[in-house]
Design a binder for this molecule. Structure first.
Ligand SMILES: [Fe+2]
Length: 361
């Protein structure tokens, strides 16, 4: 698929030579789901992965590495813009709006030292008429490539998310398109494509932070897709052992994690995955890290009750167990984003009656 405006190639940082404690993650191969047997097999790989490890790799999708490289090049050029250009794109973060640019330094990540986050985020919502105003005033690096950016986001839906939702539905004993239909691209939902930049800390700061650059948390949607980038920093906490392990960048894959909404919809059968950002290994600690992510979320008006599925009989989510009102996806997004985007530091706050925002060391 051609890129609308030619972009210089993106140079990835070399992989670490250190022998880290890598997580042993399964791979869901979408090139093997053309037959009913293949679908069943990959559905089993997926459900075992999200129930034990919480993360998996996905491969075998019809999106070329050149297109992913072009997205990294766009992200890199965006972050090279002067801060005042980027600040024109800041939404009303305190009210929970997150589509646009969020500068670094809004959160204290360590109470002892007062050090703040060095993470810049640029989120682009779905390309639907509802969000037209959000897409209207981008700087040229985004505006000139908007056709391919939209196509890339839509293709992530078609070629990666739709099959993953089908496999998840199969594993839960639901009609094959049940979850895919809750995530139709044309549905109003809070999906977004994200370019993210993590700027480095000094050696002294890193030591003071206990070699942890971002505390453990869960994501709020259903699945998060993380494009391969070679700086090792993402760590995940194994559901069964509670141990932290590094996620190894694998060629031609996205790393996928299950998130809060999928946990609610399955009455905790699928758990939301806890992950954090560690200081990269010494041979990569001097570089700023760029991330490319897609956050999938079901339609805004979906009530996040446990789905009536054969595998989920007798299961209840946090709200149902306590007899509390079950929020819609939109209500949950607004409440959790407000908590996440607000200034300062926070830990174990009540986000909605029945649900606490947890931060893990
Ligand atoms: Fe996350």
């Amino acid at each position: 698929m051609p890129v609308a405006v030619p972009l210089s190639s993106y140079d990835y940082v070399p992989e670490t030579k250190e022998n880290l404690e890598w997580a042993d993650l399964p791979t869901v191969d979408l090139s093997k789901i053309d037959t009913p047997e293949g679908k069943q097999q990959q559905a089993q790989v997926l459900i075992d992965a999200v129930r034990t490890k919480g993360f998996f790799y996905v491969t075998g999708y019809a999106i070329s590495q050149a297109r992913i490289d072009a997205q990294f090049a766009i992200g890199q050029k965006f972050y090279e813009l002067p801060l005042e250009e980027k600040l024109k794109l800041v939404p009303d973060l305190e009210s929970g709006d997150y589509n646009g640019y969020r500068p670094a330094g809004r959160r204290i990540i360590d109470e002892k030292t007062g050090l703040t986050d060095r993470t810049e985020v640029f989120n682009l919502p779905k390309f639907l008429p509802h969000f037209a105003a959000k897409h209207a005033n981008y700087p040229p690096i985004i505006a000139d490539n908007i056709v391919e950016i939209e196509l890339f986001a839509r293709d992530l839906h078609t070629y990666v998310l739709d099959p993953l939702f089908d496999l998840t539905s199969i594993a839960l004993g639901l009609p094959e398109h049940y979850l895919r239909d809750l995530h139709k691209y044309e549905n109003l939902s809070e999906d977004h494509l994200r370019y993210m930049k993590y700027s480095k800390y000094s050696e002294e700061e890193t030591a003071a932070l206990g070699y942890l650059w971002g505390k453990g948390h869960t994501d709020l949607g259903t699945y998060t897709l993380l494009a391969r980038q070679p700086v090792a920093a993402l760590q995940i906490r194994d559901h069964t052992t509670g141990q932290w392990a590094w996620v190894k960048p694998q060629n031609n894959t996205f790393t996928v994690n299950a998130c809060d909404a999928l946990s609610f919809l399955t009455g905790g059968y699928i758990k939301s995955t806890i992950h954090r950002v560690a200081a990269p290994p010494v041979d990569q600690r001097h570089v700023d890290r760029l991330g490319l992510l897609y956050f999938a979320r079901p339609k805004n008006d979906l009530v996040l009750s446990t789905i009536d599925a054969p595998v989920l009989k007798g299961k209840e989510n946090e709200f149902e167990k306590q007899g509390l009102k079950v929020p819609t996806m939109e209500e949950f997004v607004v409440a959790k984003q407000k908590w996440q985007q607000g200034r300062g530091s926070k830990r174990n706050d009540t986000i909605l009656p029945g649900f606490h925002g947890l931060i893990f060391d």
